[in-house]
Design a protein around this ligand. Structure first.
Ligand SMILES: Cc1cc2nc3c(=O)[nH]c(=O)nc-3n(C[C@H](O)[C@H](O)[C@H](O)COP(=O)(O)O)c2cc1C
Length: 235
């Protein structure tokens, strides 16, 4: 006699880690990415990091750091310790990168390439116009673009910090498409009302606006409180 069927037991995995995917594409602005990453980690957020192939050139150009998949933790540690003005250990004793998971840009079998991989959402910082186009058109040419398309189809928060000047009509149309698809477009354009005195302040302002769009608490810039300061920058 056939044994009775086992009752159906869905495989429910209890996992408490729910990261933000941070995609770094090849636009100028790797200090923006570093500031966002530091702030997410200090806020206790887990991070899944995807660094596009092109962004390794901008990172090398802007910081002198070669980002290597095989030594990503060491390279990331150096990158996050570096100030926007080039000071190598501006953030010593350093940022704890223990809760960062790195996925290679070509790994289309990585966790974030599937909607069933649980994440809070995705921040692309900085976003190149090529990346903006790829996500707007759903190209999924690499893991970064695939993760962004997955984020949109799953109706999760997607923040796109585009960096280019001037913007072509084509890019503007792609940005409208992203906005209509539910993404928040945050141009990497610092403001001067928050009392910036150093390059790091300007970088942190942009990073702070990216985190505002994602709803992550931070203290990266001084918020406007409704009073003109007459150029003193005083609080
Ligand atoms: C030093 C350097 C700076 C760049 N800056 C920008 C930029 O600010 N914005 C942009 O859209 N592309 C910029 N690019 C071009 C992109 O890297 C290029 O379009 C690349 O294909 C983007 O690929 P990705 O989106 O896969 O990272 C820059 C390239 C280099 C080498």
């Amino acid at each position: 006699m056939e044994p009775p069927h086992e009752p159906y037991r869905p495989h429910v995995e209890v996992s408490r880690r729910r990261p933000w995917v941070v995609g770094v594409s090849g636009a100028s602005g790797t200090p923006y990415a570093a500031s966002v990453l530091r702030a997410l980690l200090s806020a206790g957020e887990a991070v899944d990091l995807v660094v596009s192939r092109a962004s390794r050139l901008t990172l090398l150009d802007e910081t002198g750091i070669s980002f290597r998949d095989a030594h990503w933790r060491e390279d990331l540690g150096r990158w996050l310790a570096r100030g926007a003005d080039g000071t190598p250990d501006a953030f010593e004793p350093g940022v704890d990168v223990a809760d960062v998971r790195h996925w290679a840009a070509g790994d289309l079998a990585a966790g974030p390439s599937s909607g069933s991989y649980d994440v809070k959402g995705m921040l692309i910082v900085p976003a190149s116009t090529a990346c903006v186009a790829g996500v707007a058109l759903g190209l999924s040419k690499d893991l970064l673009q695939r993760s962004a398309s997955v984020t949109l189809k799953e109706r999760r928060p997607l923040v796109v910090a585009v960096r280019e000047a001037p913007l072509s009509g084509q890019t503007l149309r792609h940005l409208v498409a992203l906005d209509e698809a539910g993404a928040v477009v945050v141009p990497a354009s610092p403001a001067f009302y928050a009392g910036a005195t150093h390059i790091q302040d300007l970088v942190d302002f942009v990073a702070g606006r990216v985190l505002d769009a994602a709803g992550v608490p931070h203290k990266l810039y001084r918020r406007w409180e409704g009073e003109l300061r007459g150029g003193t920058g005083d609080a």
